[in-house]
Ligand binder design. Structure first.
Ligand SMILES: Cc1ncc(COP(=O)(O)O)c(C=O)c1O
Length: 356
């Protein structure tokens, strides 16, 4: 039995879905959506708030301020409500309506940016707004998840050790890249572990994180329109890029088997499947991280009209694309992968993988 009195103290850390019967390859999906914030962002949010408290930066008069595509905003709304702080979340028009409503229900104020900046997209516009506000009024405490070491440290202290405990023979870890907090915390932990683990970052096509060309991205969570300050590429062995239409197909495929996950989980699963198809993966122990669950994506990822308008009718045929249980179907284009030790690019067969 678990009994709590503060909502941020509960987190299911040890739940994995074995995807072999659904996707035809051995991949364990670590489910991070089972807490009162509904996502993996509970951990960095808690870490950053507690560090600010310990430093004496946060006082009862403070107003927490953060730019978020949604999940960090929900986690901070919950923590702020529980601890008695005010919170202003600056998000943009891609934030799911239900995510925004959750923040407001928890007592947060939400500011939605509707115009992207010419250089740096919505994220730059959000950060400009946050910067201007915090310069104006000293009561604002900007946690800055994009630069705060507490973001990656939460995963170094909690996410990665829990995976290591559950999978002592881990070979490959697939991690989606947004702020890269999860990626960097896990990568730093496993770099120091007693056995080598290949760290594969999964990003959206259109994100500039690993040097890709900026492009349209409609799904919140993964990908950046400016380079993420927390990223140190020397810890990342490979980067896989996934088209949002493939994200949708993977999400729909999992949902038709009863697992309703969030958009970024579809991206990570799609990228992981392609990587596993491109490598001699028999016998490898692989884990992918699922940052949240699907209910906040009902009006986007799981809404046929929305999907069709943005990605075309093809994106609505999950079984064509995921072609589950037919491993060869993931092998689409040649891949350029980085060596684990040096970052040297080399050609390998299969998988749509962009060089970092
Ligand atoms: C749904 C979802 N997936 C993935 C991520 C990426 O995590 P990180 O910021 O640690 O890279 C986020 C971050 O906001 C998210 O909300």
């Amino acid at each position: 039995m678990s009994v709590i009195s503060a909502p941020y103290t509960f987190n299911e850390e040890d739940l994995y879905v074995d995807l072999e019967s659904i996707l035809g390859r051995r991949l364990f999906l670590k489910c991070e959506g089972f807490n009162f914030a509904g996502s993996i962002k509970l951990k960095p949010a808690t870490e950053m708030v507690e560090a600010a408290e310990q430093l004496g930066v946060l006082t009862p008069r403070s107003v927490l301020l953060e730019s978020s595509s949604g999940n960090m905003g929900v986690a901070l709304s919950m923590i702020a409500a529980s601890k008695g702080y005010r919170f202003l979340c600056v998000t943009d028009s891609r934030c799911n309506l239900s995510t925004r409503l959750v923040m407001e229900a928890l007592g947060a104020q939400v500011h939605v940016i509707t115009e992207p900046s010419a250089h740096g997209g919505f994220l730059r516009a959000r950060l400009d707004y946050v910067r201007a506000l915090s310069a104006l009024d000293k009561r604002y405490v900007w946690l800055s998840q994009y630069t705060n070491p507490g973001n990656w440290r939460a995963h170094y202290r909690r996410t990665a050790p829990s995976i290591a405990r559950s999978f002592p023979g881990l070979d490959v870890l697939f991690v989606g890249a947004g702020t890269t907090g999860t990626l960097m915390g896990c990568a730093r932990y496993f770099r120091q572990w007693h056995r080598p683990v290949r760290i594969v970052a999964v990003d959206s096509v259109g994100s500039v994180t690993f040097g890709g060309t900026p492009g349209r991205r409609m799904l919140p969570g993964l990908g950046m329109s400016v380079s993420p300050p927390l990223l140190d590429e020397s810890y990342v062995d490979e980067a896989v890029h996934v088209e949002e239409a493939d994200t949708i197909r993977a999400c729909h495929h999992l949902a038709r088997r009863g697992f309703l996950f969030g958009g970024s989980t579809g991206t990570v699963v799609s990228g992981a499947m392609r990587w596993l198809a491109a490598h001699d993966s028999a016998g490898l122990t692989s884990v992918a991280i699922a940052p949240d669950l699907g209910e906040r994506y009902l009006e986007t990822v799981y809404q046929a009209n929305w999907v069709q308008a943005l990605y075309g009718a093809d994106a609505l045929h999950p079984d064509d694309a995921v072609a589950v249980g037919a491993p060869g179907s993931w092998e689409t284009e040649p891949a350029r992968l980085r060596d684990a030790d040096g970052g040297r690019a080399s050609d390998t067969g299969g998988g749509r993988v962009n060089p970092t």
